[in-house]
Design a protein around this ligand. Structure first.
Ligand SMILES: Cc1ncc(COP(=O)(O)O)c(C=O)c1O
Length: 284
């Protein structure tokens, strides 16, 4: 049964104080969770020091979901290694890709050996097929793994390309009132996997959705930022601590086109449409 924890408005990642509050409430009810799943969102590391302190205090193992943040760092350490387990995604939309699949990392050798067993149909050591637990077929083919190893070499260049895309957006939109970029936390370095903005309709003169539709009319795909988990119909009735911050991010947040191969003229075209929406609503 999940228990959701709200985001912190400055880095948009899990709020460590609310996590502590949730763990405290659960511990007092005698229901310490099996794990805390913490995401490094949109290419930016979570704030690991206080999150780890809170989880250690209650003996809760961390699963770090670094699917969106390969190449980012917290202090001088790369993301993915802050929990007992870390996960990465190599899905087609990620900063490097093997077309599908991902990677589990851990210093827990026994845990990794068990994960490997579960991922390969949970075969017990026997000459025939023997199963003492339920397994899965989560293997990555060696062809895709080879592509992934090749892709790893271009990771630093991809991070620079994403950060450059962000920089172009900031240069071209940074003066618009009511449009704010996702902040980069001082504790680390973001990859800017996605460039995300908040659009305050009162100040900007148009809603996030109006901007998204104007882009769509020009055949440019953008997306609202992720819908908070506690608002997903499938999790109706699950408990949440906080929730207002992620709701506000969802209400006003837009992920702009952020691919590593976008050129400066692509960004000029996209930002031209956004400026036009603003201008038509009275901006000058
Ligand atoms: C935070 C996060 N976790 C997990 C996933 C799922 O990864 P995959 O598509 O490789 O299963 C994604 C997106 O794809 C993600 O953004």
């Amino acid at each position: 049964m999940p228990y959701f924890v709200d985001s912190d408005l400055s880095p948009w990642n899990m709020d460590p104080a609310l996590l502590e509050e949730a763990l405290d409430a659960l511990a007092r009810a005698g229901r310490v969770p099996k794990a805390a799943i913490v995401v490094d969102l949109y290419g930016q590391s979570a704030h690991w020091a206080p999150i780890r302190r809170a989880c250690e205090r209650y003996g809760v193992p961390i699963v770090e979901d670094a699917a969106e943040a390969l190449g980012a760092s917290y202090g001088d350490r790369p993301v993915g290694g802050f929990g007992r387990y870390g996960v990465f995604s190599f899905n087609g939309n990620k900063i490097i890709t093997t077309s599908g699949g991902g990677m589990l990392v851990s210093g827990d050798r026994e845990g990794i050996a068990h994960a490997r067993k579960l991922a390969t149909q949970a075969r017990d050591p026997a000459p025939h097929y023997e199963h003492s637990e339920i397994g899965y077929n989560y293997r990555m083919s060696n062809v895709l793994a080879a592509i992934g190893r090749g892709q790893l070499r271009v990771l630093p260049a991809r991070v620079e390309a994403r950060r450059r895309v962000f920089q172009w957006y900031r240069e071209l939109l940074g003066d618009l009132p009511g449009l704010e970029f996702m902040p980069e936390a001082s504790y680390g370095r973001s990859t800017r996997w996605l460039t995300c903005v908040l659009i305050d309709p009162g100040e900007f003169g148009a809603t996030r959705e109006e901007v998204r539709l104007a882009l769509e009319a020009a055949n440019i795909e953008s997306r609202p930022v992720w819908k908070p988990m506690h608002l997903q119909p499938v999790f109706t009735g699950c408990r949440t601590v906080g929730g207002e911050v992620s709701e506000e991010l969802f209400e006003e947040g837009l992920c702009l086109p952020s691919g590593s191969s976008l050129s400066e003229s692509d960004i000029e075209r996209i930002t031209g449409i956004i400026r036009e929406v603003w201008r038509k609503r009275g901006g000058s």
